[in-house]
Structures are given as structure tokens and as C-alpha cells.
Write a protein that binds this ligand. Sequence first.
Ligand code: TYD
Ligand code: MG
Length: 455
Amino acid sequence: MAKTQTFARCTHCDHREPRWVGRCQQCRSWGSMVEETTAGSFADGGVRARAVAPAEAARPIRQVSVHDHARAATGIGELDRVLGGGLVPGSVTLVGGEPGAGKSTLLLQAAHALAERGGGANVLYLSAEESPGQVRLRADRLDALSDHLLLANQTELPSVLGLVERHQPAVLVLDSIQTVRHPDVAGTAGGVSQVRECAGMLVGEAKRRGMATVLVGHVTKDGQLAGPRLLEHLVDVVLELSGERHHALRLLHAAKNRFGAVGEVGCFEMTGTGMAGISDAGRLFVGEAADGTTGVAVTLALEGRRPLACEVQALVAPTALANPRRVASGIDAQRLSLLVAVLERRAGVPLSDRDVFVSSVGGVRLGEPAVDLALCLAIASSRRDAPVARRLVALGEVGLAGELRLVTQTERRLAEAARLGFGGALLPAAYDGPAFGLQLHRSRNLSEALAAGLG
Ligand code: TYD
Ligand code: MG
């Protein structure tokens, strides 16, 4: 006989305790523990494996038929690029992002485009967060009124499935997975159990019907809400929409894609009439500083596989503080502290009695070591009050000894710099690839690079 086990599970964070307690020991929330009983496990001998005749035998790989994945292109170029051409029937896509990133806006636009191009097939847009009236208002603004775009406001999963049965949509958009719940599952909407169970049922439904399904998932700044992380292995495609709230620019990354390449990035601008794709993002992050301005330098950062010219700015100012300030925006603060120390000790740029502020232009986050050299150049330029040579890009990682290291895909970045009309590039001496018509300044260390770059 199977040994049954009783234990308590937290409906917020999935933490288990051997017996019921009033407060979860992991996420510290009160009253979230519920008792569950299982029929033991293989490991403790409680369950015996049993063979059942399969409905269908396994087949040699060559005899497996290939469903020609007829993708439904959304017609929104930047979105299709990230999806790998469009939505695959029966696939489940999770679109994550912080509140306000523009998920609902982009998906409403995509739902409209798919409804218009779907040849009469329905697109069902379920918004559990906003009333159909609110969505309609937004759709008016986005010019997204299509006869085949159906709206409903549902938070109960059985009713969601009922709507799917009734309208047989080719595409289902559910905004968001954290607001739906199933009455037979314990926990509140948005909790781990609800999110996992509801998503599981929707994945099953999508596969059974060949219905492309898009789920929206909110992520807070610190990745708090368990939802989206939990779902990554369940779904076929995971897209992340990111961008600073106070900037119009939005980047869409594919973090996982069973039908296409990851590393693709789509660029959008949030405008008064929705998300507008930016197909040539070349100079988006380069400011309009006048010639001769000090403290600005340009690098080529890779967003996924796409090189983007990005400007970094630095301001070095005298301080009266015993601990001068090192403030970074869009750039890692620890990296800044490290580079300030390297500049002082290895390149003779005195900064111990100065505040240093650095920022990226356009709200883009520059996390790669490839921006090191441009950042050092901008700081030194501000400190010495000497502008960086015109139309120059800097590409290189700076080591603790002040040495320069080659960064990945330098050639690709240089080619883009040349295409954008830059004239020269500051590089580590180790680079031996093509120049793409750029004047290359190769340097062995930071001091040499600063001498070459500050014209
Ligand atoms: P929204 O799509 O609701 O974000 P999410 O679903 O990711 O939470 O939109 C976010 C912001 O975009 C919101 O603050 C209003 C703004 N917005 C525009 O600037 N233009 C528009 O056309 C729309 C629809 C929204
Ligand atoms: Mg929304």
C-alpha cells in the first residue's frame, strides 16, 4: 500500500515544512501555509513503478512528421525579429517585465495586427487587470480596432478555458498570469501554486488546440514575484521587456526561444500612440553634445547580438567630503569604484579629492566590461578638462594593472561603428582584425589609451 505523507506547503514561495506552522519560515508571510497530502514517493518506497501499455509506440526519428511551423508574423518588425519570425501555433510565450514597461501596450498592438492578418481567425485578448472599457480606450489610441479582436475580462481559469472553447481563437493573450486563479487550487492569485497550476493548464490547452498563447508576467525590480521565474521551464519562449520608466526607450530580449535564436533584441520607443519599433537603433544612445564638450565618450555595447553605439558621460567635481562620492546611473557602481582606483593608481588621474558622477545616455544599462575604456576616457576627459578626440569610439576592458583587454566580437562592433560614420577606434594592442576604414589606435595600457584618446 502506498505510504501517504502529510506536510505543509507555502502558497507564496512553495517552501515545505514537515508540519503546519502559522508563518512561513522562508518568505516570512503569515497564514500562507496549507496542508497537503501525497501518496509517498519512489524514494521512500511508498510508490511502486508500474508499466502501462503505451497508446503509441516510439518512432524512428526520420518517421516523425514535421509540423511545418507556420509562424504567424505579427507584422511588428522588432517583435518578429525577437520571436524568430512570428508566433508559432501551439507555442506558449511568456512576456515579462516591470509594471509600466509597456507589455500590455505592445501585446494589444500585436493582438490587433494578428487579428488583421489572421484571415478571419479570432484573437482573444483577456485582460484581468483592466476592464474591457479601459482596453478599448487604449485600443482607440493605438488604432487597434479589429473585427476579429475579442476582449474579455476574466480572472477565473475555468471561465478563461470556457471562452477559448467558445471562440476557438488562433491566438490567446492573457494579461496577466498573476491575476488568474483556479478555484480548485489553494492560495491567492499570483501565488506560486496558482501561477504554476494555471500556467500548466494553459500550456496543455495551447498544445492541444494549436493555439498560440501569450502570457504576461510581472517582475518587480528585485525579481521578487516568483511567477515568471517559475514559468520559464514550462513555456516555449520567454521575452523580457525592459527600460527605464523615465525614458521612452524599451528593449525586448529573448531569454529563451525554442523556435529561434536567443540574443535577439528588439528596440522600441514608447510614444503617444503606442510602442514604435526602431529598426535602425544605431545612434539612439548617443547624445547631442557639442564638439569640444569634455567628459563624454562613445562605445559600442552589445545588446544580445546587436551592437549599439552608446555614449557615457562623466562629471568630475571638487568635493569637500572626506569620502568623495562615486555615483553611477546605468552603469554598475562597483565597476565605477574599481575603475576610479585604476585611473588613480595606474594612469595618474588624481580623483581622491573629487566627486565622480557617471551616466549612460538614454537610460540604457551598460553591464559589459567592454564599456570600461570609454568610461575611463570620459572620467579622465572631465578631470583634465580635455575633450575626447572627435568621432572616436573606445572598446576595451580595463584590468586592475591598467592593462587593456580585447572584448568579445570586437570586429562586429567596429563594423557597426564604421557604418554609423565614426572615424576612429581606441582599442587594446591585441586587436589584429580588419579596420573597416576606421583609424585604429591600439594601446597596451590605460595611460597610452588616454594619451591617444584625449586629443
Ligand atoms: P503598459 O502597457 O500599461 O505597461 P505594462 O502593461 O507593462 O504595465 O504601459 C506603460 C506606460 O506606457 C503607461 O505608463 C502609459 C504609457 N503609454 C504611453 O506612453 N503611450 C501609449 O500609447 C500607451 C498605451 C501607454
Ligand atoms: Mg499591463
